[in-house]
Design a protein around this ligand. Structure first.
Ligand code: AMP
Ligand code: ZN
Length: 115
């Protein structure tokens, strides 16, 4: 296990407002929400970023994250109004936490393109 902040959440060493958990993934509310619905979805396994997904097991985890995101959107009541799923990868994308995660954003009209 790595000592990164999301690994610490996985280990229960840092509290988080969990909305979903199973054996391989975790979803919790972003501590600094930028939309009425702002949920982070992570793999329990420490994968630094999308660019490190290079095997079938990790690809399967990505699929699980997508399905969990749609489920979370349903529970949040935004399937009808819409949602955005974002993975920042690397410096130019503004990735701050080097543990693969998706942002589920919803609950307001989101601008495109992002800044
Ligand atoms: P990114 O820029 O894609 O790496 O986004 C990292 C996200 O993690 C930011 O939206 C932060 O607000 C969020 N974040 C950082 N620490 C925590 C934490 N302890 N609990 C919940 N969200 C966090
Ligand atoms: Zn980690």
């Amino acid at each position: 296990m790595q000592d990164c902040i999301f690994c610490q959440i996985v280990q229960g060493r840092i509290p988080a407002d969990l909305v979903y958990e199973d054996e391989s993934i975790l979803a919790f509310k972003d501590i600094r929400p930028v939309a009425p619905v702002h949920i982070l979805l992570i793999t329990k396994k420490h994968i630094p970023s999308l660019s490190d997904v290079d095997n079938d097991e990790d690809a399967r985890l990505i699929g699980k994250l997508h399905r969990a995101a749609v489920s979370a959107a349903g529970r949040a009541g935004v399937l009808g109004s819409g949602f955005r799923l974002v993975a920042n990868c690397g410096k130019d994308a503004g990735q701050l936490v080097d543990h693969l995660h998706y942002h589920l954003l919803a609950g307001r009209s989101l601008q495109w393109p992002p800044g």
